[in-house]
Structure formats: C-alpha cells, structure tokens
Design a protein around this ligand. Structure first.
Ligand code: AHR
Length: 516
C-alpha cells in the first residue's frame, strides 16, 4: 500500500499529481481508438485497395503491408465509405461483378472517376483482415430511406429475404455482423446543408428502417454537430428524450460531432512540416480545446439522459493542414510530424477523462489522407509518428480509467493570453497492469512529472518515449524511422512515487505491474 507523499507539491515540476489505483473510473472504450477510411484521394484506392492483379502484395486486392501494419494497432472499428462521400454513395453501385459496376464521378473529392471496385464486400473483407468492427456510414443527404433499409438487410439478414438473396447471388451466403451504422454525415454542410430540425426528421426515418436483423444489434450514430454547436446536439437529444425522462427512446444510440485541429484558418490551415513556434502553440491550444467541446456536448446530453444511455461519438477528428505542395488539392494528402502525434495524445487524454459519455472516436483518416497512420508511395509504405502514438496507447483499450488528480497547478505556456498546459497525462488499469501516458508539449524544454500512485503497490516500470529534437520531424520514404519509439531512461519509482523526465516535444508511456 502506498501513502501520499508527505512532501508539499513542487512548483518546479511540470506536473505533480496523484492517481488512486483503488478508485477506478469509467471504462475507456476501445472504440475511442477507431479509424476512418473514405473514398477520398489515395486512402481507399492505393492506400488499401490495389486490386488482385497488382504487383503490390495483396490478399484479394487488399494490400498486405497496410493490413499487417494496422493490425499492430488493434484497430477496434473502421468507418466507411465517408465522410462527405457517404452522402453521395449509392451502395448498389458497389456490389455484384466488378465489371458491371457503374463508373461514377467522385464529385466531392477531386472530381475523379470512381469505378466502384471497392464496395461493400471488399470493405467487409478488409474488416475481417483487420479483425475490426465495421462502422458503415449511411446516405441521408442524397439517398432514400429504402436504400438504408436495403443496405442494412443486405449486410445483416440471414434468412430468406430479398436482400439476403441478392447478397447470396453476389457470392456471400452468411450475413455479416455490423456494429455501427451512421445516420448521415455533416448534414449541416456536405450532407445536405440541412437545418437541425430538418435533419432530425430525416434521421428519425432512416434510423427506424435501419433495422436490427436476427442477432445483429446496430449502434446507430446520428450525425451531429460541428465543433461546439451544442444546439445541434440538443435538437437530436430532444428526439429521443424529454427533459426529466430517465430512459431515452431507442432510436439512435449515439450522437456524433466533428472537430479538426489546424494552426491557421479554414482557408489557410498551415503546413504540416514548416511551421513557426507560434503556429505550433496555436495548434496545441486548438487541440486542447477538444476538452471544452466534449464537456459542452456531454452537459447537453446529461440534461436529457442523466444515466448516459446515449453515447457521444467524435467520429472525425485530427489535424488538417494545407495539402503537400504539388498534390491534388481535392486529395487532402499531408505529411505527419511529431507535432501531429502530440495532437493525438492530448486528444487521447481528453477521451479518457470523458469516457463515461464519449464512447466512439475516429481519427481522419487511416492512409494517405489528413492525419494518417500510414503513407504510401506506390509499393512503399511508412508509419507516421501518429501511428506510433496509437500503438503506444493500445494498452488503454477497454481499460478502467484512473483519473490523474493534480496536486499543484501544472506548468503553462501563454498563447495569446490563453494559459496552455504544457503537460498532459492520463492513466488506466487492465490485466494486472497500470498504463500512464505523459505528453510534454513544450518543444524547447524538458519537463519533470511526479505522480504518486496510491491504493495498491506497483513495480517494474517500463517506459517508452516518442520524441524528436524538432516538432516538425517526420518520417519519409528515405528515412522511415526518423521518428520512432525507443526506451526511456530517467524513470524512477520510489515508494509508489513515479518520477519521469520527459524530453521536449515528447510522448511517453510507463507500464507498471500491479501487486496481486
Ligand atoms: O475527413 C474529410 C472530410 O472532412 C469528410 O469527408 C467530411 O465529413 C469532413 O468535412
């Protein structure tokens, strides 16, 4: 048993905190580590799908190197086919013999031909290879309620029904299990430019006919707000509960919102790899704002659903930079630096702290688009710093959260009048171990963190760090391991008090063994 250190909180520590190992918080759903793959740029085509005749090694057209790398992340769910593309997607275009599938134009992303080579069967095969739960995003913007009903039936119905028969004609006998079904995407924008009340009416219809077939139980995710548009969330909550109700209607089981991080404006977001210190800190201030926004949506939901039966989903998040020079502006291809990894890890800490309400999150996007895990160049593939941040955090999946309580105000950096905390932390416990995540946002100074681990004895700290001399450091096809995890020295555990020296601009994890 560990006692609270009798020493006073130390001001020169960037973080001086306590974790009560015997007072676990809500479970951190593994689905907070979800991913997103849209028919956009080189995400699906080249990123995942190369076709069976490709020289790039593949299984049934899906590239092997990408699947093998992503399996290291234990991806819990994968959202597809969009994004904005989902609201132009008619699922029947992507089933049946490939030669018979229509060629359409991807009007939203680059105005390029979409030959529908990758459709429902290919996506479900990808989910099988990744051992991940499918999150299918339905078309509310330009699709019909009947299309929604039929797609769900095609995917999940086992007995003799029109859509089950069609699926069998296309070579698949057994129904698939589908975990999540999105009711629309950004309906306030690319998903139809709808008002909240208009969307709510449509969403009620689509959600009704997205049926549970056989044993398949869908989690329906109603498309939600942009950033801190809490009024949108309130409109959606009003459809399922009246103030004072304790049991919401079983219409949708989650409400989503989207939140992206960039340094500048939507018109000029900044470069992924060439940025000033001011831009760096502006990025971090923006990323940390996700805490306020999650808390704001949660507060609205608490009023209608105090028992948190309905989950909050952040089903698009991540950094969004100006595209790499010389690339198609409609393809959203960007490099990924140490800064991106730190944006990810401060999001993870916020997710852990809000795990009671936040149950699903999807970073945008998995390969070659926005804040990717992997970048490809023909047959070559590299892992990004963000990939490593996800890999190092996999131990938090389905673990019990352990709140990190500050004993003294943490160190801050002034960003245009806003005090931005320079250290972010979270912890969890699972399978007889404790995992502590620590982020030092300061790109110019090392930071010392002290955490008293109380309530149960711990031992054998094993620390790993992802760090770079420059927050703009990134991996390239010629230097694929410029930013990669390594063991971290300078970690002590003394009487249950963990002390860690974090290098500048670094993410570290410390795994400790719990005494049985
Ligand atoms: O992730 C890229 C795009 O960002 C998605 O298609 C859309 O939903 C959002 O605006």
């Amino acid at each position: 048993m560990t006692d609270l250190p009798t020493t006073a909180p130390e001001k020169d520590l960037a973080l001086d905190a306590v974790v009560d190992l015997d007072v676990p918080g809500p479970t951190i759903s593994r689905h907070l580590y979800g991913h997103f793959a849209e028919h956009l740029g080189r995400c699906i085509y080249e990123g995942f799908w190369v076709g069976e005749d490709s020289d790039i090694p593949n299984v049934g057209g899906i590239r092997t190197d990408v699947v093998e790398a992503l399996r290291e992340l234990a991806i819990p769910n994968l959202r597809w086919p969009g994004g904005c593309f989902a609201d132009t997607y008619h699922w029947r275009d992507g089933v049946g013999p490939a030669a018979d599938r229509p060629r359409i134009v991807n009007t939203h992303w680059g105005d390029v031909v979409e030959d529908n080579a990758f459709g429902t069967h290919e996506f479900m095969a990808l989910c099988d290879l990744l051992d991940t739960a499918p999150y299918i995003s339905g078309n509310v913007g330009s699709g019909t309620v009947q299309e929604t009903a039929d797609w769900v039936e095609y995917l999940t119905r086992g007995d003799d029904s029109p859509m089950a028969r069609l699926r069998r004609e296309h070579g698949r006998d057994e129904p698939w299990g589908v975990s999540f079904f999105g009711i629309g995407n950004e309906p306030w924008g690319c998903g139809g430019n709808l008002r909240a009340d208009q969307f709510a009416s449509l969403a009620r219809q689509h959600a009704t006919y997205a049926r549970d077939h056989g044993g398949n139980k869908l989690v329906r995710v109603a498309a939600g707000a942009s950033d801190d548009d809490y009024a949108w969330t309130e409109t959606l909550m009003q459809q399922v509960a009246k103030l004072g109700d304790t049991e919401p209607r079983d219409l949708w089981q989650m409400v989503s919102f989207h939140f992206y991080t960039f340094a500048g404006t939507w018109g000029d977001k900044g470069s992924a790899t060439r940025f000033s210190r001011d831009e760096y800190w502006a990025t971090m201030r923006k990323a940390l704002d996700v805490r306020r926004i999650i808390a704001g949506h949660s507060a609205v939901m608490d009023a209608y659903d105090p028992q948190a039966r309905i989950g909050l989903a952040l089903d698009e998040w991540g950094t969004w930079w100006n595209v790499e020079p010389g690339t198609n502006p409609g393809f959203l291809y960007q490099q990924n630096a140490m800064r991106d990894a730190l944006v990810a890890t401060v999001h993870f800490d916020a997710f852990h702290d809000h795990a009671r309400r936040l149950r699903l999150a999807n970073i945008a996007q998995t390969v070659n688009v926005l804040q990717s895990m992997l970048l490809t160049d023909g047959a070559r593939m590299i892992k990004t710093p963000t990939f490593h941040a996800f890999a190092m955090s996999a131990g938090h999946h389905d673990a019990a959260g352990l709140p990190v309580r500050e004993r003294a105000a943490r160190a801050t950096h002034d960003v245009d009048g806003t005090a931005v905390g320079t250290v972010s932390a979270s912890a969890s416990t699972k399978d007889g171990a404790v995992l502590v995540s620590l982020t030092n946002l300061d790109p110019d100074a090392a930071s010392t963190v002290r955490i008293a681990l109380r309530g149960q004895a711990v031992s054998d700290p094993v620390a790993t760090v992802l760090a770079a001399d420059d927050p703009a450091a990134h991996n390239t096809f010629d230097a694929p391991d410029a930013v990669a995890p390594r063991p971290l020295d300078g970690v002590t555990l003394d009487g249950g008090v963990l002390t860690v020296q974090l290098p500048p601009a670094a993410f570290a994890t410390v795994r400790l063994t719990l005494a049985s």
